[in-house]
Design a binder for this molecule. Structure first.
Ligand code: ADP
Ligand code: MG
Length: 833
């Protein structure tokens, strides 16, 4: 029996706890389960032979609740194909406490979701090593080194190793191939006499001598170049999951073994030593180029990592000096602490997130936001690690350092997202899982059929070898992850962050884009345009009272009213009780110092809905005033005191300059556009008309925006993306198929959104969709190619169309297909979006 504690989120009531308990108790192997609603956890006792943590988590999730997991990314070396990835996933998932394991073959990363406490990284690493793969030691000991750094080092070593094996392979295989070809084509006979004529039937001693030379040339290739394939192939077989290494090892060793038998047995017949060698050499060329290209797929992330300077100049007080004198000390980046003041000279990169305390300069923030125009910085302005100081000398105080900087978060996010598995990949995975056994079966069939039909043992063997070699599912395993990596990397360069592969895939299918109005389509910096007073209160007091009530609100309308009142030097009375009513407005009790002494007043500021809920009557005169403001496209903030309407404030927000172009571009792509706003219908219509938005839904409460999104989802126009500021639009962003948060800038609050636009620019929406569509197309092309190629060439190889050169051509074609897939993915890097 073992016991685990599962953290559970999403429970709202005792009922939920009961449901989960029931679900868990019904799971075979569970002897006891109890759910703690307040503690948000379940204690489960179960028989590990019958069930596992992963299954229990699965059950809880299926019941509609979530089990939050700790996550770790580990670099894994030694994987050669989709099957290795499978094996590792299977083995790691079997560990107690591990719920999820997913391998990204392109980035050579294993992402593990586990219950901290119930599983440890050390156990995971040990299991991977037992299976015959390796995790570089740095990754397990130091968390300081980022996974990608570790991967990079491992990668370089891998490339070097592959190059050596390839070079040795070519040095021996090419002469063997040339020698054998010269004999077959009669060249040897022309040069050295008729004893070397192409072999027909009986073998001369000269032939046997040549065969021995071929044997000698081929042996090193079999041993050295072939070693990784034999080793990995053997491990894969032992794990019960044969992979492409098995096919390659089998293909070349059958060719070699057959030839050795012919030679040693002294029988008649052609030898195929050069075939065995060429298979290994050609595939090694492919593998070498593949390893290099995979490195390039991760180039974007490496560029981001390279943005952090290694050292920074920190201002430190001179110890000995009596006066306050400071010196600049070159400090390794790891030693910078919060509160340090750092000096950035022109041309230097900012080392930490912080605030400028002295100096003026322009800073190029494009690495983070994708925005190419440098930003002016002066004291009080925020700076972000990784950005480039262009002109002046800046001094800034570090507020976030090391792994907490925006840049570090972005890198982590992109790495995680790149490592996530795209839904479409499960298809490829399922196919490659049955691929190798199928190919083995076809190879055996080929052998049997040729033996039966032609009783030509030699051709039977060679055609079977061709089948083995041609049908390696490498291209299949690479088709999706390489495209995803390149697409996401490119996104990061443009300031577009995808949360995971599913988000990227889904974004390609978007048919509707819904926008929040305030702060999304508009700049969210409204201006007070008019102040009306109804009755005996002065217009100034209306504004002052509104400012008091709005003092504690973060809403853009509130900020504007407060700032305007301050600018006009109006007395803003302190407030007591304050309440914000999302989508309606605010209420607060004030002490109105200026008008009526120290009397308490209940002030309400907001829209008509607020007035209705507060029981404030709006008379005919007021209605007319309000209507006039609305007709001008104003957002109207009504102000009431003690249940009586005293005035109205007209506010005008300006559209973002690129809003119109964004809507037009979306429409050009056949995407339906909608605007959801809590603002009044008339102001909303005015904006929608200017922009050309297809559909407007006005006067919706923030909570109802999710319902509106759901309505769009059932409209049959395809997946719905919702663009919002990510703060008060969170429910709508979550409901949408794709939630796009805009303008997160330095504050990466990306967890809620599927796509985060680092730059406050709506064109990012179009770019994100374009990029997703391009990536999806790349994936489809890759998958098609990988399938098509196999589907076409397996029968050709089985039928022996390429005669005795079948296996060599097959090895070349197989190397080519992987390269095609990777090359096609890399093409995305250069695509214009
Ligand atoms: P949007 O949907 O355009 O982003 P919100 O949902 O934030 O707008 O707000 C909708 C409406 O609710 C606003 O147009 C305004 O009338 C009212 N409102 C919300 N918050 C406040 C506030 N703090 N003060 C006054 N009015 C508010
Ligand atoms: Mg809003």
């Amino acid at each position: 029996m073992s016991a685990i504690e599962l953290p559970i989120t999403g429970m709202t009531c005792a009922n939920c706890a009961n449901t989960i308990e029931r679900v868990l108790r019904k799971t075979p192997g569970v002897t006891d389960a109890s759910v703690n609603l307040a503690g948000e956890r379940a204690s489960v006792t179960f028989d590990p032979a019958q069930t596992s943590a992963a299954q229990l988590i699965e059950r809880v999730r299926a019941a509609g609740y979530d089990v939050p997991l700790a996550r770790v990314e580990l670099p894994v070396v030694g994987m050669t194909c989709a099957n290795c990835a499978h094996t590792i996933e299977r083995i790691v998932k079997q560990l107690p406490g591990v719920a999820e394991a997913s391998v990204n073959l392109a980035s050579e990363r294993l992402s593990v979701g586990y219950l901290p406490g119930a599983a440890s990284i050390a156990e995971v690493v040990a299991a991977i090593r037992r299976a015959g793969y390796d995790v570089p030691t740095q990754a397990t000991t130091a968390d300081r080194a980022s996974p990608s750094e570790v991967v990079r080092t491992a990668h370089r070593a891998e490339i070097a190793d592959r190059r050596r094996r390839m070079v040795v392979g070519l040095i021996f295989a090419l002469p063997a191939f040339t020698l054998s070809m010269s004999r077959d084509l009669g060249l040897l006979a022309a040069l050295f006499g008729p004893h070397f004529a192409p072999m027909a039937g009986h073998r001369m001693p000269e032939h046997i001598a040549v065969d021995w030379i071929l044997f000698a040339l081929t042996l090193p290739v079999q041993v050295y170049t072939g070693w990784p394939y034999y080793r990995h192939g053997y491990r894969a077989l032992r794990n019960g999951a044969p992979n492409m290494d098995v096919l390659i090892a089998l293909g070349s060793s059958v060719a070699f073994g057959y030839s050795a038998l012919v030679l040693l047995g002294g029988g008649d017949g052609h030898v195929y030593f050069e075939t065995a060698a060429m298979i290994l050499a050609l595939i090694s060329v492919g593998k070498y180029l593949e390893a290099r290209a995979k490195g390039r797929a991760g180039a974007a992330i490496e560029r981001l990592i390279g943005l952090t300077p290694k050292t920074a100049r920190v201002l430190r007080r001179r110890d000995s000096a009596q006066n306050d004198t400071y010196e600049e000390i070159e400090t390794p980046i790891e030693h910078i602490a919060i509160g340090d003041v750092i000096v950035a000279r022109p041309g230097e990169r900012i080392a930490a997130d912080g605030v400028v305390v002295a100096g003026r300069s322009a800073v190029d923030e494009s690495p983070i936001t994708g925005e190419s125009v440098p930003r002016d910085k002066q004291p009080g302005d925020p700076v972000t690690a990784g950005t480039l100081n262009k002109e002046g000398v800046l001094r800034y105080e570090a507020a976030r350092v090391g792994k907490d900087t925006t840049l570090a978060q972005v890198i982590r996010l992109v790495e995680q997202a790149q490592g996530s598995k795209a839904p479409i990949q499960t298809l490829a995975d399922r196919i490659s899982a049955v691929f190798v056994p199928t190919v083995l079966a076809i190879a055996v069939l080929t052998l049997a059929a040729w033996l039966l039909l032609s009783s030509d043992f030699e051709r039977a063997v060679i055609n079977a070898v061709a089948v083995l070699v041609i049908a390696c599912p490498c291209a299949l395993g690479l088709a999706t992850p390489t495209a995803i990596m390149v697409g996401m990397g490119k996104g990061a360069e443009l300031g577009i962050l995808f949360r995971n592969s599913a988000a990227l895939e889904q974004a390609a299918r978007v048919g509707v884009v819904a926008f929040d109005k305030t702060g999304t389509l508009t700049q969210g910096k409204p201006a007070v345009t008019e102040v009306l007073s109804f009755g005996d209160v002065k217009a100034e007091s209306v504004l002052a009272l509104a400012a008091s009530a709005e003092w504690n609100s973060e809403h853009p309308l509130a900020r504007t009213v407060v700032e305007t009142a301050e600018a006009r030097r109006l007395p803003i009375a302190p407030v007591g009780r304050f309440q914000a009513l999302p989508g309606r407005g605010v209420t607060a009790t004030t002490t109105n110092g200026s008008a009526s002494g120290a009397a308490q007043h209940l002030v309400a500021a907001g829209n008509l809905k607020l007035m209705q809920t507060q029981g404030v009557a709006v008379d005919a005169q007021a209605s007319q005033g309000i209507a006039q403001l609305q007709a001008k496209g104003r957002t109207v903030m009504l102000v009431a005191m003690d249940g009586r309407l005293i005035g109205a404030i007209g506010l005008m927000d300006t559209l973002r300059p690129e809003a119109q172009a964004c809507i037009a571009e979306l429409k050009r792509r056949g995407i339906f556009t909608a605007m959801l706003t809590g603002d009044n219908a008339r102001a909303a219509q005015a904006v929608a008309h200017d922009l050309g938005v297809d559909e407007v839904v006005a006067e919706v409460l923030p909570a109802d925006k999710a319902t509106q999104v759901a309505a769009l989802q059932t409209s049959g126009r395809g997946a719905v993306a919702m663009v919002g500021d990510g703060i008060n639009d969170a429910p709508a962003l979550a409901q949408a198929d794709i939630g796009i948060a805009i303008g997160a800038g330095a504050d990466v609050a990306i967890e809620a959104a599927d796509i985060t636009l680092m730059r406050s620019d709506l064109r990012g929406v179009v770019q994100a969709i374009d990029l997703a569509r391009l990536t999806a197309r790349g994936i489809r092309q890759n998958l098609f190619w990988a399938f098509f190629y196999n589907a076409l060439l397996i029968p050709a190889a089985a039928l022996g169309i390429f005669q005795q050169y079948g296996p060599i051509l097959a090895a070349g074609a197989m190397a080519f297909s992987s390269l095609f897939v990777i090359g096609n993915s890399l093409r995305l890097r250069r695509a214009r979006v």
